[in-house]
Structure formats: C-alpha cells, structure tokens
Ligand binder design. Structure first.
Ligand code: ZN
Length: 360
C-alpha cells in the first residue's frame, strides 16, 4: 500500500505531459502511472488533483538562500541577507520543486571576502546547519571555489566528491575569478573523481575592456550592461572551458547561459559526446536587453547581462533541442531577517562603473 496517491492531475514528466496518478511512499515518488492503475495498490490518503498541474520532483538547480547581501546592493545597509530557507523552500514547493541546489564555500559577490579557511566538508556542514529543520523540501549544495586555490584545498576535492558533494562552482570573471592554471588543476581533480563543474563563464578581459570603454564614452548606464557582458565574451569563454573540460575529462554545467553563441558551444560539445550541459534562467528566456530601458527595467538583470531577441530564441530552442538541459531561477531575494519579508532593495547599481567597483 502506498502512503499517498495524487489522482487525476495533469502530470509533467521528463517524457511528456498527461493525465496520470502519482504514488508516494514515505518522502519519495514511488510510481507515476495511468489513471486508476494505482487504485489496486491502495493508499493511506488520496488527493484529487483533477484540473491541476502536478510536477513530481522538480529540481531547482541554482538558488542563493540565506547569504549576506553586499552592502552596495542593500542601500548601504549591512546585515541584510537573502531570504531564509523557510520562505524560499515554501515558495519552491508551491512551484513543484522538491529539491533545490544552493551553494556553500566562498562568497563570490563580496569584494575582499577572504575564502573561508575551514575544510570543504566543514563548510558544507556549516551550511547544512542553516537549512536542517528549516526547509520544506530537500536541498543540497554546489561548492564555490574562488580566486587562487591553495594546494591543500585541491587535495580535498576528491574526498568531497566521495562524500556526495560532487558539483564545484567557479567564476571566470569578477573578483572571484579563478586563474586559468588553477582552473586546469581543479578540472583535473574533479574529472578524476567523477564530479562536475558548475561554471559562470565570461571572458574577463573583454568585459573589463568594454566597461572601461563605455565609461570613457559616457555610455556606462546599466542599460548597456549587455555591451560589456556581451556575446563574444560568452562565445570565447565557453569554448575555452569546453576545451579544458575535454582535456581533463570533466563534466561541465554552464550556469545561466545567455547567448546564442553559448548555446552553439554547448551543442557542439554535446555532438562530440562531451558531458556538457546548459542552464537557462527565466530572465534570459523571457526578456531582452530592450527591457532594461523600461521603468524599473534593471530589476530583471542578473550577470551575465540579458542579451538580444535572437539570443532569447536560441535559448528557448535550446530547451527543446537539448543543449539547454535545465531552467533555474538563480533565486536571490534580499530581505531583512529581522523584519522578514522586509524591504525590497534595488538589486543593482545604475551604472556600469558602479557595478565594476562593486564586483571587482
Ligand atoms: Zn547564482
């Protein structure tokens, strides 16, 4: 006998959408079956979901919960955090998400933040302490490596993967940028032990050059962020990362793919049988850089910048064809923990110059 059957809903599965029944045993989905098939098995409880959409076991692969918000994004206030696990996981559950993947390790958005000295697994445990007993859904973590990585940390990667922390996040831009030599070493360790890299890939030299050029020309309003965090940057950076992954036999998960060039780089890698996966955020699938010009238009921004309509189309088509394998929110909701749900903060500065000061 099952604990629960959710009957008659329009069920979304990886293979298609249809009227189906979902059987739950303990905390796990035990069966997804045609209407009535599970009736013979019986259940302790039955929920009639007729007319509703049922998403069994949705995964949010990219969330930032209960992390400090840099004071430049919090109106000069310190002590502001993104929302705690209670609120974020409750919202996730309402959207059909039963597991989310958050982050542990370095704080990549806080300039000058010294990467924690504790061992990787100790930091994972510290993050688990924040979530344990406070989350409505399951959770796990990508581990963020930032800057120059000491040999001792490199030596912990294998153990972390054996312990189930298999995904390592790195940046190729911003102050958290990992130098290429260190990246090579990380990829080798992660590849050797069967983990995967989660990569924020932008070509830092191009981004920096364009920021300075736009500032020099007086065009550094944040509505031009896509000219700095641009298509050629994604093209070159993705291809460098894929090349490194190929040489080190490492799996790559490109977080927030934003451009047709990124989609093409992933598609080519996958056609060559490489384990390379793309993620798209709702912002990039829905909006274009033209939306930056609307009132409050910068509220939809995240890095890398939102690109053009043909990029949006390539991302949408990529979801259908395969190179874009997941959608994520990059959940980042600043709130005062003392007065939750708190004040809505303007998330980004009004000009690129400012954003460069913030992020470098
Ligand atoms: Zn993120």
């Amino acid at each position: 006998m099952l604990d629960l059957i959710i009957k008659g809903g329009t069920v979304v599965t990886p293979d298609g959408v249809g009227i189906m029944d979902v059987g739950v045993q303990g905390e796990q989905i035990a069966a997804v079956a045609g209407p009535g098939v599970l009736d013979d098995v019986g259940a302790g409880e039955t929920i009639d979901a007729t007319g509703m959409i049922v998403l069994p076991g949705g995964i949010e692969p990219h969330a930032h919960i209960n992390v400090p918000v840099p004071d430049y994004w919090a109106g000069g206030d310190d002590g502001v955090f993104t929302q705690p696990p209670e609120g974020a996981s409750r919202a996730a559950a309402f959207g059909g998400v039963t597991t989310y993947v958050d982050f542990a390790g370095a704080l990549p958005l806080t300039p000058g933040a010294v990467p924690p000295a504790d061992p990787i697994m100790a930091q994972i445990e510290q993050r688990r302490d924040i979530f344990r007993g406070h989350s409505y859904t399951d959770y796990t973590f990508h581990y963020i490596l930032a800057g120059a990585i000491p040999p001792s940390t490199m030596g912990e990667i294998g153990e972390a993967i054996q312990s189930g922390v298999a995904s390592f996040k790195i940046f190729t831009t911003f102050h958290a940028r990992v130098p290429m030599g260190h990246l090579w070493e990380i990829f080798q360790e992660v590849g050797k032990h069967g983990g995967i890299m989660a990569v924020h890939a932008e070509e830092d030299d191009i981004v920096t050059y364009m920021e300075e050029k736009l500032e020099r020309e007086g065009r550094d309003h944040a509505s031009n962020l896509h000219l700095a965090h641009n298509n050629i940057s994604e093209d070159i950076s993705f291809r460098k990362v894929v090349r490194l992954a190929q040489k080190t036999e490492t799996g790559i998960y490109f977080v927030h793919t934003t451009a047709k060039e990124g989609v093409a780089a992933i598609a080519e890698a996958r056609a060559a049988q490489l384990p390379v996966y793309g993620e798209a955020l709702h912002n990039y699938l829905e909006f274009t850089c033209d939306d930056y010009l609307k009132p409050d238009g910068l509220a939809i921004h995240t890095y890398p910048a939102i690109k053009f309509s043909d990029d949006r189309e390539a991302l949408q088509q990529g979801l259908v064809d395969g190179p874009i394998c997941t959608t994520a929110t990059d959940e980042w909701t600043p709130t005062r923990t003392s007065s939750w749900p708190g004040t809505r903060y303007e998330p980004f500065a009004a000009d690129i110059t400012e954003s460069r000061r913030e992020c470098r």
